[in-house]
Write a protein that binds this ligand. Structure first.
Ligand code: SF4
Ligand SMILES: [Zn+2]
Length: 534
């Protein structure tokens, strides 16, 4: 440990200015001390230890540099992804791989899959392990975005769903005890409101035809706030050819129900499907944001990957299917990215499938996203999606920020996207999604309010988020977080509901771990939503 202290003192005396200088420093040290090159994580651990013992003064910049993957906590929240156990899926999609011992649509060799497999897909251990790793890498783990992936979540038995999510909460709460009923899960949720690792967002993935009002209500009971829909295509002929087992009608209805119930909606889209072509794919992404029936908040673009374990491979052998080449796919994705509105976030481009498993085509390129980014920068093309504009580490408190508002119609309701951004709109610090539900405009409530009585007459905040490095709950730091931007957006949303729409109530679909935040703003928990009278 004394050597480490010496090294850290050297580091502090002449601090490196960027990762390259840090690497150079480590190289010199390993020569000087004749030791293997030190990992950032080891240095960070030692730094924390000496700091705790008050043998060193804190130095924020160094800490920032030593964080192995700073990108991970830049959105203010850390992601924890967990996989459900292998289980059949009702779908027969021809592009979907089936591998023994692996959840449908996933493949061995994918990093997330391997991690989950080693822990026998146990949710408790998956969450625990991931939090430990994140901590070791120097991240704060107070706010967690829990993502449950693996096949069609809604198809798993309810008992398993309860147990799985309950165990995730239990791991965050550091609790013991069995999870065998909804009450057990609710107890863990309550505990999580004040736990050291609060789940502020919870997502699942499912098929559009599994969403109905009852299911949406059920997802709320489980604590879900975000739904990833396997949409893939919005053309019935393509859906049919690929044996999706549902049509676009189901996607439209699912989107509407989920949004009216406050959920954030992500579409997983798949260009290069059998039966589609370049023109059609390009048009599809235009349609997503021109047609109010779609308007997803988030997108995952997974170009179809040609895999041996699929019926699509047979179509390929027969000459019926042609994967796009590298350059064709790159050009298509560049075009798509230029059409994304300000209020959408592209969560991901391409899956983590090991490239040797993909027979042919542009989907083999694993760093596709970076390549596209580089080319677009060179050609001065811009993607306006939220992800490309998140403030990250270049927060300058002196730069002026402005409040933007964009209204658009979606699923028969109105969406109001409020955001704090710089003048050029290439840096976004904070945003809020407010929905005036479809029933406000068309009064066709059917039985929606039998399930969601608490939402009757309310505007709904579906999301509020502030970027910048994660700041511990209750601590002040030099970052857009905790500068009150979120609060200002909430006030603005309340005003819009009251003044413009004469609504008497506002609801928030809040992650369990964010309930405390809303309580402080005068909201009360009612039937899984945080509600405030206006
Ligand atoms: S619904 Fe999803 S998991 Fe099921 S077969 Fe289709 S792609 Fe695979
Ligand atoms: Zn983007």
């Amino acid at each position: 440990m004394e050597i480490q202290k010496e090294i850290i003192e050297k580091l502090l005396k002449n601090p490196p200015k960027d990762p390259f200088q840090l690497a150079e420093f480590k190289r010199k040290i390993s020569q000087e001390y004749k030791i293997p090159s030190l990992k950032n994580i080891e240095l960070l651990k030692a730094y924390h230890k000496f700091l705790k013992e008050k043998r060193l003064k804190s130095f924020d910049f160094l800490e920032k540099l030593l964080r192995t993957r700073p990108i991970r906590s830049l959105s203010g929240v850390v992601n924890v992804t967990v996989l459900t156990k292998p289980y059949p899926c009702p779908g027969k999609c021809i592009f979907c791989p089936k591998e023994k011992g692996i959840p449908k649509s996933y493949l061995s060799g994918e990093p997330a899959v391997e991690r989950a497999k080693a822990l026998k897909y146990h949710p408790y251990f998956q969450v625990k392990k991931r939090i430990e790793n994140l901590k070791e890498q120097g991240h704060l783990t107070e706010k967690i975005d829990l993502r449950i992936v693996g096949g069609t979540f809604s198809f798993y038995p309810k008992k398993y769903q309860i147990w799985f999510i309950g165990e995730c909460f239990k791991a965050c709460n550091n609790s013991k005890g069995e999870i065998s009923s909804l009450e057990d899960l609710k107890k863990q949720q309550k505990k999580n409101e004040k736990s050291a690792h609060r789940i502020v967002s919870l997502s699942i993935e499912t098929r559009p035809d599994f969403i109905n009002i009852k299911e949406a209500k059920w997802l709320r009971e489980l604590g879900v706030t975000f739904v990833e829909l396997g949409v893939q295509s919005i053309y019935d002929d393509v859906l049919k050819l690929n044996f999706r087992g549902h049509s676009v009608k189901e996607t439209i209805l699912a989107t509407k129900i989920l949004k009216d119930a406050g959920f954030k909606v992500l579409y997983q889209m798949m260009p290069n499907l059998l039966g589609s072509d370049l023109k059609k794919d390009e048009k599809m992404f235009e349609e997503l944001f021109k047609n109010p029936s779609f308007q997803p908040d988030y997108l995952k673009i997974y170009p179809c990957a040609l895999l041996k374990e699929t019926p699509l491979y047979e179509e390929y052998l027969k000459g019926n299917y042609h994967p796009y080449s590298d350059s064709v796919l790159i050009e298509l994705l560049k075009k798509i990215k230029q059409k994304i509105p300000y209020y959408v976030r592209i969560q991901r481009i391409v899956r983590d499938i090991p490239s040797q498993k993909i027979i042919k085509g542009g989907a083999k390129i694993s760093n596709l996203r970076q390549i596209i980014k580089r080319e677009m920068e060179k050609e001065k093309l811009i993607c306006k999606c939220i992800r490309c504009r998140e403030i990250r580490e270049n927060y300058d408190p002196k730069e002026k920020i402005f409040l933007f508002r964009q209204d658009y119609f979606a699923s028969e309701g109105k969406e109001i996207f409020l955001s704090f951004e710089n003048k050029e709109r290439n840096k976004i610090l904070s945003f809020l999604r407010l929905r005036i539900p479809s029933f406000f405009f068309n009064r066709q409530e059917k039985n929606f309010y039998d399930y969601f009585k608490v939402l009757k007459g309310a505007g709904i905040i579906r999301e509020v988020k502030t970027f910048g490095r994660e700041v511990a709950i209750g601590k002040k730091e030099f970052s857009p977080q905790h500068q009150g931007l979120g609060k200002k957006l909430i006030k603005k949303a309340e005003k819009i509901c009251k003044k413009e729409f004469k609504l008497k109530k506002i609801a928030v679909i809040s992650g369990v771990g964010a309930r405390e935040y809303f309580r402080k703003l005068g909201y009360r928990l009612r039937d899984t939503f945080m509600i405030k009278k206006l």
